[in-house]
Design a protein around this ligand. Structure first.
Ligand SMILES: C[S@@+](CC[C@H](N)C(=O)[O-])C[C@H]1O[C@@H](n2cnc3c(N)ncnc32)[C@H](O)[C@@H]1O
Length: 318
């Protein structure tokens, strides 16, 4: 079931509400070097990631990877009996579907600017809507037990973050929680061996530069400050270094690195094809060479490269 607001205003829909027809402007796609992008999103500078089947598969794989990193825990704060959950930017819907299945008495709402990657199977207690999260939320205040937002740095406008967090705080019920997960796409090295001559560093620098006019790709590093500034309590944040291949000595992190190999191999081109070739005007051949070198380096255990992943939760005061 696909639900969408055609007038850009959100409303809570009851489980038996009617499905609305999807506005055609969200459906149009444009091809770029063999990938499909949502025309509306590109034109409005909302999100520069593909919306094709390959991207849906990549997001599903990434979700499995995150399940490994988080020990299959979907919800981090202590919410024993959630009744209303909002998933911002649900993508291929893996997290929202699993949460809806895990809590059948909970109403889960997913919002995404793109309907293209919606899952085929949608549980009866999950409603997927199409809307732009850069616009002020119109959900009623004091409503959700949990608002989840994962990997949205490439979609939320850089200047929007304080009001985005404020919107999340407003729609949370008193005592409700926000759960944020953001990767910092600046490749780091545990042994200092990654230099500016490495393709991984060059990719990071170019990718960050390609979007600096519209997005804040460093937002992971200041999630804590954002939640504190919004008056959230019990703010807890953690940085998890995600190894890009199986270099760590410690067994668990080594396994995470092994699982991350394929995830990173897909992530580098998917995230940066449009930003680098269209926004930075890098020739496609040069882009392909950069990606090939970066992928090779990511799989080199002696470089000990990783992407920092920031996880942050906070509670709205009672
Ligand atoms: C990297 S994917 C992450 C998907 C999902 N949260 C996950 O972790 O698997 C980002 C998703 O957010 C959506 N998105 C990005 N910016 C958005 C915006 N401003 N409003 C609504 N959706 C947005 C994209 O369409 C995409 O599906």
């Amino acid at each position: 079931m696909l639900q969408v607001n055609t007038d850009f205003s959100w409303s809570i829909r009851s489980p038996d509400s009617q499905t609305e027809e999807l506005d055609a402007r969200y459906l149009h796609t444009v091809p770029v070097h063999g990938r499909e992008y949502q025309k509306y999103s590109i034109e409005k500078k909302i999100c520069f990631q593909p919306v094709d089947d390959d991207e849906a598969e990549r997001l599903e794989l990434q979700h499995e990877f995150f399940n490994g990193v988080f020990d299959s825990r979907l919800i981090f704060p202590p919410i024993p009996n959630p009744r209303q959950i909002l998933d911002c930017g649900h993508g291929a819907g893996s997290w929202a579907v699993e949460v809806a299945e895990g809590y059948p008495r909970c109403e889960v709402i997913g919002v995404d600017i793109s309907p293209h990657m919606n899952p085929e199977y949608v549980p009866g207690n999950l409603w997927l809507q199409v809307d732009d999260l850069n616009r002020t939320f119109t959900f009623p205040p004091n409503h959700f037990d949990l608002v989840h937002s994962r990997m949205l740095a490439t979609g939320i406008d850089g200047s929007r973050w304080p009001s985005y967090i404020e919107d999340i705080r407003r729609v949370l019920r008193p005592g409700g929680w926000v759960q944020l997960v953001e990767m910092y796409f600046n490749a780091q090295s545990d042994n200092g061996s990654l230099t500016e001559n490495h393709a991984l560093r060059q990719w990071s620098t170019k990718f960050m530069r390609s979007m600096q006019d519209v997005k804040d790709l460093r937002v992971g590093t200041h999630l804590r400050n954002l939640l504190m500034a919004a008056g959230m309590e019990e703010v807890d944040t953690k940085m998890i270094p995600l190894p890009l291949c199986e270099w760590p000595n410690e067994q668990r992190m080594r396994e995470i690195g092994a699982a991350n190999r394929e995830s990173v191999r897909q992530l580098l081109p998917a995230l940066s094809l449009y930003p680098l070739t269209q926004r930075l005007r890098m020739p496609h051949e040069e882009f392909q060479q950069l990606i090939a070198r970066a992928e090779e380096e990511a799989g080199n255990p002696s470089l000990k490269a990783y992407f920092p992943l920031y996880v942050c939760i906070g509670r709205k005061p009672l």
